[in-house]
Write a protein that binds this ligand. Sequence first.
Ligand SMILES: *C/C=C(C)/C=C/C=C(C)/C=C/C1=C(C)CCCC1(C)C
Length: 244
Amino acid sequence: MNSLLTFIKIAPIATDDYVGFTFFVGCMAMMAASVFFFFSMNNYDRKWRTSILVSGLITFIAAVHYWYMRDYWYSNGSSPTFFRYVDWILTVPLMCVEFYLILKVAGAKKSLMWKLIGLSVVMLVTGYFGEAVYRDQAWLWGLISGIAYFVIVYEIWLGSAKKLAEQAGGAVLSAHKTLCWFVLVGWAIYPIGYMAGTPGWYDSIFGGLAMDVIYNIGDAINKIGFGLVVFNLAVNASEKAATH
Ligand SMILES: *C/C=C(C)/C=C/C=C(C)/C=C/C1=C(C)CCCC1(C)C
């Protein structure tokens, strides 16, 4: 049994190792979600296929990274910051693609997609600088990252994406709104993890929290939640098409 565990690189997790535990559960949840999205993508209207595929890609990419991060944490006892940001730099832009894909019915242009992708890359690269490279100025990099985050929130809640969602109406509008809430509330979990894991004026507020636990909870909520909103849109919109 032990040699099997070694072979498949499942490390025994101490019962009080919350970081290790959430890496493990996160990995399983991402795998399960991927299977679900991949298997259901052909059951609905053709036009939603790519959207559900992207949902599955997001959770699948995360599952692979969680597999590594779980092992990294167990072997080194430190945060797998690099893998974390590689995961995000792949999956967050894909979440921006989801906005574009569902708004395409209302005529969304690729420029909207690239704008959101560009902002998300700025948000993540500056966050990485603060967390891994210039830790002494973490607050400054976090601030720049936060501004990019704020512009994304503005763009989808009040900017051109909102107008497109209103033109589309119905199931698309309500899915867009739910995704907007995920970005406003669900993504706001990450700056808390960042402040817990970097030195700064906020140490006395967030210093005692485990950064990786916070990030892992954020990832599970946002990646799987986002995917389910898109899946739900496909279900609702396909049902409606069938009754017409
Ligand atoms: C699946 C992964 C997701 C949805 C990751 C999202 C990450 C963020 C929204 C990170 C945001 C950050 C800030 C707004 C400021 C501090 C630095 C970051 C990168 C943690």
